[in-house]
Design a protein around this ligand. Structure first.
Ligand code: F6R
Length: 241
């Protein structure tokens, strides 16, 4: 696991953007794993800027998002599908038929999880997976206690995660209680992982990631066993290292 230490959120987003553009430009049919949340917003803004400047094209890119809420329609203001369209896809030349998010309104959610996993395998696995990390070490929506051997599955969201995400909803009662997420094993099968961590609220989590034990109690810790992980971390998040 390689740590790149940067000053602030902007620098983290700039470095992540450069890594991602290099990857897209190196591979003929790149497959990217994408995250939502606050952390990658700056990265997505940068990608749009670079696209507008003609430095990157997404024409041959396939994407798989980590997760989606259960019960929210694709076009719901809080769905991750809508987030991705507004923050990235609407502004670049990606082919929407190559964009994938789990369908949280599927009639048979178990079948949807299996189908999603199959689509990732058929695409030839993820070349570069972008990750953020929750304060409890969750990656995707894999909360503490999730099996390291999990594939895409349905999860009950931890109270701390619902609370953290309630900032986007009218009230905490409106935050869905379940989500579909790539599993830990799905994430670990990515060829390369780029984890972005910013802000002092994540300082404890970064210290645990760097120095704690590898345990299902802290899902991100498994990344230490992955052969190709880069963590871009800013000064705030490094405060307890
Ligand atoms: C979202 C996701 C989550 C977030 C995590 C951090 O797709 O996978 O694991 O990365 O909850 O969220 P932010 O970036 O809002 O701090």
């Amino acid at each position: 696991m390689e740590f790149i230490k940067v000053k602030n959120y902007q620098e983290m987003s700039d470095q992540a953007c450069n890594i991602m553009i290099d990857k897209i430009n190196q591979i003929e049919q790149p497959v990217l794993g994408l995250a939502t949340g606050s952390t990658p917003e700056g990265l997505y803004q940068n990608l749009i800027e670079k696209y507008n400047q003609g430095q990157v094209s997404f024409k041959h890119v396939t994407t798989f998002n980590l997760d989606e809420y259960v019960g929210l329609d694709r076009e719901d203001v809080n769905s991750y599908y809508r987030y991705m369209k507004e923050k990235l896809f609407n502004h670049i030349d990606i082919a929407m038929e190559r964009v994938h998010l789990p369908n949280g309104t599927a009639h048979d959610l178990e079948a949807e999880c299996q189908h999603y996993e199959k689509q990732i395998q058929q695409a030839g696995k993820i070349d570069l997976q972008i990750l953020g990390m929750g304060i409890n070490g969750h990656i995707g929506f894999n909360e503490p206690g999730t099996s390291f051997h999990s594939s895409t599955h349905i999860v009950d969201l931890a109270p701390s995660t619902r609370e953290a995400n309630s900032r986007f909803f009218p009230s905490i009662d409106d935050v869905p209680t379940q989500a579909l997420t790539m599993g830990i094993e799905t994430i670990m099968e990515s060829k390369e992982v780029l984890l972005l961590v910013s802000g002092k609220q994540k300082a404890e989590a970064i210290a645990r990631l760097a120095e704690g034990e590898i345990s299902e109690d802290f899902p991100a810790s498994i990344l230490r066993n992955h052969p190709n992980v880069t963590v871009i971390v800013d000064e705030g998040a490094m405060a307890k290292l």
